[in-house]
Design a protein around this ligand. Structure first.
Ligand SMILES: C[S@@+](CC[C@H](N)C(=O)[O-])C[C@H]1O[C@@H](n2cnc3c(N)ncnc32)[C@H](O)[C@@H]1O
Length: 262
């Protein structure tokens, strides 16, 4: 997929549609999932009182709010996103947030102790430019965490979608699968990071109510980008389901350290 298409997909999914679908998905992952992504990120980023955290592609801000809990007293978080709607949603949670692109973050060099970019890096049209900017913003020795879906994520959700609509996942979904482990690892080393590690975590989500699963499906880009996807098609499909609906998410978290010397 060309870099231009990545930017166009981000525009379609986030600039044109607003932050509410992303907020709904984030709520489900945080509330129904077995894996505490915010805590894992906070640990990986060595967050603690007095530290400054920058989050790129902060979306609706729920994850950032959880990570920010670790920073007081004395520290604070700043979120950045290309979508004004996401920035407003993050500010409504009482956090600092501004509209900015990952390749041009409006903070001084060596501002941050930690920088996160969660489920967002693959939308950027120039990976090297974004990672160089992350290196500029971080203090020497500062911690980076980049997360995204692993290649074997969401199998039950995609199977449900196929059965309900006859459609395969779109390019917008496929482009993210495995991107962190396949593309970001080498690129962060080029950008001035060391101690690079990638860990894959399982987040098992159990929907005890069929309708809560359908609301989740409706909030995914799968649904948004499939012309034949309707709520009724989902209802028909879910009526065959006995027992709770399970979705197994696999999340890759890359961590790295900004090299000490310039
Ligand atoms: C899937 S959401 C993830 C939100 C949040 N990090 C989370 O995990 O809940 C992706 C976010 O990245 C933002 N985004 C896409 N391209 C971006 C870019 N070039 N610079 C900054 N943000 C970007 C989108 O607007 C969207 O809010």
């Amino acid at each position: 997929m060309s870099s231009k298409q990545r930017g166009e997909i981000a525009g379609d999914l986030y600039l044109n549609r607003g932050a509410s679908d992303a907020a709904h998905r984030c709520d489900v992952n945080l509330q129904l999932g077995t894996f505490d992504l915010a805590a894992a990120l906070a640990d990986a980023l060595c967050l603690g009182p007095g530290k400054n955290l920058v989050d790129i592609g902060c979306g609706s801000g729920q994850l950032l709010a959880r990570m920010a809990d670790r920073l007081s007293p004395g520290g604070y978080a700043r979120g950045f996103d290309v979508a004004a709607d996401a920035v407003e949603s993050t500010r409504n949670l009482g956090l600092r947030a501004e509209v900015a692109d990952a390749a041009e973050i409006p903070v001084e060099a060596s501002f941050a102790d930690a920088l996160s970019c969660i489920f967002a890096i693959y939308y950027h049209d120039d990976l090297d430019a974004a990672l160089s900017e992350f290196a500029r913003v971080l203090k020497p020795g500062g911690r980076l965490a980049v997360a995204g879906p692993a290649s074997d994520t969401n199998r039950e959700l995609y199977e449900f979608h196929r059965r309900a609509t006859g459609a395969e996942p779109s390019d917008a979904d496929r482009m993210a699968w495995g991107y962190v482990e396949e593309n970001v690892r080498e690129a962060v080393e080029r950008a001035g990071f060391d101690s690079v590690e990638v860990a894959v975590h399982t987040n098992r989500i159990e929907f005890s109510e069929p309708l809560s699963f359908l609301e989740y499906w409706k909030a995914t880009s799968l649904f948004a980008r499939t012309p034949g996807a309707t709520y009724e098609a989902g209802l028909n499909q879910i009526s065959n389901q006995t027992g709770p609906m399970i979705v197994t998410k696999r999340v890759s978290i890359l961590t790295a350290r900004r090299i000490l010397e310039d």
